[in-house]
Design a binder for this molecule. Structure first.
Ligand SMILES: Cc1cc2nc3c(=O)[nH]c(=O)nc-3n(C[C@H](O)[C@H](O)[C@H](O)COP(=O)(O)OP(=O)(O)OC[C@H]3O[C@@H](n4cnc5c(N)ncnc54)[C@H](O)[C@@H]3O)c2cc1C
Ligand code: FES
Length: 245
């Protein structure tokens, strides 16, 4: 278990915060850490900023994320990792498709040739828009940008132009993106968020068709996902029961 002192906390909106802390580890885009909240839980979080000062971006869902989101400058963060396979970071034109906090792990991939598709339920969910020079914004309720889902924004974009497509967000969104791009541009990587307990390939809570998302992923290629009938369909609950997504 590592510890670090919080260097800065930035409130992005009512329930989303950026936390910055010092860590000299070399971390790849898309890798994650397991952040421990004593007496509550340990949860996976990816990096929205790499470099000596690391940055995580967290949305409050339950007790653990609430505690981490409310850490202040000078508080201690407990974590282990980095874990998981990173995105392959190509030099050419990149299309970055993110929904909600799924935008966060895509931020380290931004270069001058990057185009962002940022989506969310409402305008509140659109984060990091200022980091993208070129972008489309869509929201489910139309409160910001165009009304629609990430996949709708893709219809206005020439996908064949891109050397690599990257996507992160709820699995249902990733599946719709995969189904849309499959015959247009197969050069794509997707980062999956499945329930995780150990983060190191022991407990099987993150399994998908024989793969473990924590060690074989969280980043998978489009070709790998095409071989996984569970993708976008079913997952294990925290108690180990297979449930519909
Ligand atoms: C590899 C990986 C990377 C991740 N990176 C990030 C990140 O960078 N930033 C971030 O904010 N989150 C990230 N997550 C999700 C984060 O781990 C969960 O939000 C967290 O585990 C919630 O824990 P909790 O104890 O606060 O809430 P819980 O008590 O576990 O959940 C409370 C309620 O919210 C629901 N819920 C929990 N998480 C989500 C979710 N992600 N989407 C929709 N509903 C949810 C639960 O089903 C439950 O109903 C990542 C997950 C994975 C697997
Ligand atoms: S979280 Fe335990 S095997 Fe992946």
């Amino acid at each position: 278990m590592k510890t670090s002192i919080i260097y800065e906390s930035i409130k992005l909106n009512d329930n989303t915060y950026i936390i910055k802390f010092q860590d000299n580890e070399n971390i790849g885009p898309g890798q994650f850490i397991m952040v421990w909240v004593p007496g509550i839980n340990e949860i996976p979080l990816s990096f929205s900023g790499l470099g000596d000062l690391k940055e995580i971006t967290i949305k409050i869902y339950g007790k653990a994320s609430e505690h981490i989101a409310h850490l202040k400058k000078g508080d201690t963060i407990f974590f282990r990792g980095p874990y998981g396979k990173p995105f392959e970071n190509v030099a050419g034109k990149k299309l970055l498709i993110g929904a909600g906090t799924g935008i966060a792990p895509l931020v380290p991939l931004i270069n001058k040739n990057a185009y962002g598709v940022l989506s969310g339920k409402t305008g509140e969910d659109i984060i990091f828009q200022d980091r993208f020079e070129k972008k489309s914004i869509v929201t489910d309720d139309g409160s910001y940008g165009k009304k629609g889902y990430a996949v709708d924004a893709l219809k206005d974009i020439d996908l064949s132009e891109f050397d690599m497509i990257y996507a992160c967000g709820p699995e249902i969104m990733l599946k719709s993106v995969m189904d849309y791009i499959i015959n247009i541009n197969g050069k794509a990587q997707f980062s999956l968020e499945r329930p995780m307990k150990c983060g190191i390939g022991i407990c099987d809570s993150c399994s998908i068709n024989g793969y473990q998302v924590c060690t074989d992923g969280p980043v998978f290629s489009l070709n790998q996902l095409m071989e996984m009938p569970e993708f976008g369909n079913t997952r294990l609950s925290y108690s180990g029961k297979r449930i519909k997504i």
